[in-house]
Each structure stands twice: as structure tokens, then as C-alpha cells.
Ligand binder design. Structure first.
Ligand code: NAD
Length: 302
């Protein structure tokens, strides 16, 4: 079996696959054009979120049997098209849950207490004590949109901080500990903080738009560690400028790498370059699951 690793995964996973006599080529900076040229040689490709596997790549992939996405969202892969051609698409859905939940908590704290802005100010040699008064999370209402693995993990942690947790999901969710499931309208109207944990789909694209933001509480703070594109970034920019939204923390963006930097001209916006799953532990778990799957599929053996 020949595997092309297009985005970086743990060295241990690569070593394990090689020990199982899988030929593993690592090209974790491969460009879209290069991938088109070489993909035909491989039985399997491994991607994370950087590499896009769209129709032209799938058409060029004569021998491909499986695309493994190390991580959750498969929106960088044309899944239906691949499956129609008999190519399996697998992912590692649970491997990054704790990491993304913890980043979300970090952002809730950082939106409540302006530690990022204060650090930047101190770096300039300033001592702006009065400027950096924050708010407490304790007693505030957190609205979670998307109550799957990560949303649920955020809920338990936020409840432990004394937050009142409201959840909304497009599917019916059974009783969830620490969470009151409500309608989207109720969540928007009551939440001091809103965090997104849903996939990017036709339905969720620009779900958080000007009209939705207008239905939120004044001075709401928003976290997106799910997918860029769920928030209409222009609408968010306008709402921060008017003061309707008091702060936003963004790990994901409509276009990645980020090209339009205007959101980051606003001091109320903090963010990171899609690092939700970038922890030592999640990387190891993702790698192990990817290796397990491909070793199980390697019928050639040693
Ligand atoms: P999950 O499938 O367990 O949960 C997603 C939930 O969203 C489901 O309960 C689903 O019913 C709900 N949902 C779908 N469409 C909805 C809609 N229109 N309105 C309301 N709810 C809707 O997924 P998860 O593992 O919890 O991951 C959640 C998100 O986090 C995904 O978008 C995933 O891609 C993203 N993610 C980001 C990072 C990162 O690096 N920032 C890492 C891992 C996952």
C-alpha cells in the first residue's frame, strides 16, 4: 500500500505505518498543483485541514482507495464525489474534542478579561490599569450553537465555572447535563457569550449574519472555534464597530490563510490561525487513529 501524507501528522504514526510495511511518502507542504501530478500513484492520502481534495484531485487519483482526514470537519474534501467513485473518506472525529473545548474556554476567559490586549499594551511599556477592567464568567449566560462532541465538552467545563449554559442544535438532543436546550431565538436573546460548534454546511453558511446579530443581546461576545464561513465576517466587523458585539475570538476564517485583515484592526478581536486541534495530545491521538485505520486496510501486509 502506498500512502501520501499531505499535511503533517505525528512521526510516531508514520513510523508505525512503515513498520507495518506501508510505503509512506510525506510531503506536508505539497501544493495543489503538485498533488494533482502525484496523486495517481497512491492508494491512500492523509490530509488535515490545509490540503483541499476537490474533484480535479479525485479525478486524477486513479488508484486511490481512501482519503483519511486527520481531524473532524471534512468540508475540505468533496466527499460525495469521492464516494461515488468508490473512494472511502474516513476521519478521526473524537481525537481533538478536548483540545478544541479547552481553546474555547481560553477564549471565553480572554474575552471576559482582556489579557491579550493588556499584554500588547505592556509590551509597549505602558501601565493602563484602568483600561483593562473585565467581567466575570460566573453567572453569565453561555449559548452553545451545535451540541455535538465539542459543544457538550464546552458545556460541562463552562457549567463548572458557574456559567448558565444554553444549548441549541438543529437535531433533537436528549437531556444534556448542565445544559438547558432552547430555541435559537431564545439562545440569541439571552446569551452574554455565544460559542459555535457546528459544521460548515449550506445551511450554516453565514448563519451568524447581520439579522442574527441584531437578535442577540447588546454587548454579546462571540467565539468561533468551529469553521470559518459560519459567521459573515463583514457583518461581525460592522457589529463590533457599532458596539453591538463587545468582542470576538476567532480560530477559523472564511479564507485561510487569512488575507483580509480588517477584523484584526479592531482591538476587540482576538484570534489564532486555526489551532483548535493543535496540541501535543490531539496530534498524537489523530496520528494513532490514522495509523490504525491504514494498517487495518493494508491487505498487502509485510
Ligand atoms: P459534532 O458532529 O459532534 O457536532 C456538531 C453538532 O452541530 C451536531 O450536534 C449537529 O447536529 C450540529 N449542527 C449541525 N448543523 C447545525 C445547524 N445548522 N444549527 C445547529 N446545529 C447544527 O462535531 P464536533 O466534533 O463537535 O465539531 C464541531 C465543529 O468543530 C466542526 O465544525 C468541526 O469541524 C470543528 N472543529 C474545529 C477545529 C479547529 O481546529 N478549530 C478542530 C476540530 C473540530
Amino acid at each position: 500500500m502506498k500512502v501520501l501524507v499531505c499535511d503533517s501528522i505525528s512521526p510516531r504514526a508514520i513510523e508505525r505505518m512503515r513498520q507495518a510495511c506501508i510505503q509512506v511518502d510525506v510531503q506536508d507542504k505539497i501544493t495543489a498543483e503538485e498533488l494533482l501530478q502525484v496523486v495517481g500513484d497512491y492508494d491512500a492520502i492523509v490530509v488535515r485541514s490545509r490540503t483541499k481534495v476537490r474533484k480535479p484531485v479525485i479525478d486524477a487519483a486513479r488508484n486511490l482507495k481512501v482519503i483519511v482526514r486527520g481531524g473532524v470537519g471534512v468540508d475540505n474534501i468533496d466527499v460525495d464525489y469521492a464516494q461515488a467513485k468508490g473512494i472511502k473518506v474516513l476521519n478521526t472525529p473524537g481525537a481533538s474534542t478536548h483540545s478544541v473545548a479547552e481553546l474555547t474556554l481560553a477564549y471565553l476567559f480572554a474575552l471576559a478579561r482582556p489579557i491579550v490586549q493588556a499584554t500588547l499594551s505592556m509590551r509597549e511599556g505602558l501601565w493602563e490599569k484602568a483600561k483593562f477592567e473585565g467581567i466575570e464568567l460566573q453567572g453569565k449566560v453561555l449559548g452553545i450553537i451545535g451540541m455535538g462532541r465539542i459543544g457538550t465538552a464546552v458545556a460541562t467545563r463552562a457549567a463548572a465555572l458557574g456559567m448558565i449554559v444554553l444549548g441549541y442544535d438543529s437535531r433533537t438532543i436528549g437531556p444534556a447535563p448542565y445544559v438547558q436546550m432552547v430555541t435559537l431565538d431564545e439562545l440569541l436573546a439571552k446569551s452574554d457569550f455565544i460559542t459555535l460548534h457546528l459544521p460548515l454546511t449550506d445551511e450554516s453558511r453565514h448563519m451568524i449574519n447581520a439579522e442574527m446579530i441584531a437578535r442577540m443581546k447588546d454587548k454579546v461576545r462571540i467565539v468561533d472555534c468551529a469553521r470559518g464561513g459560519v459567521i459573515d465576517e463583514d457583518a461581525l466587523y460592522d457589529a463590533i464597530r457599532t458596539g453591538k458585539v463587545a468582542g470576538a475570538a476567532l480560530d477559523v476564517f472564511e479564507n485561510e490563510p487569512l488575507t483580509d485583515r480588517k477584523l484584526f484592526e479592531l482591538p476587540q478581536v482576538i484570534g489564532s490561525p486555526h489551532i483548535g486541534a493543535s496540541t501535543h495530545e490531539a496530534t498524537a491521538r489523530i496520528g494513532d487513529e490514522v495509523a490504525d485505520m491504514l494498517i487495518a486496510m493494508n491487505r498487502d501486509g509485510c
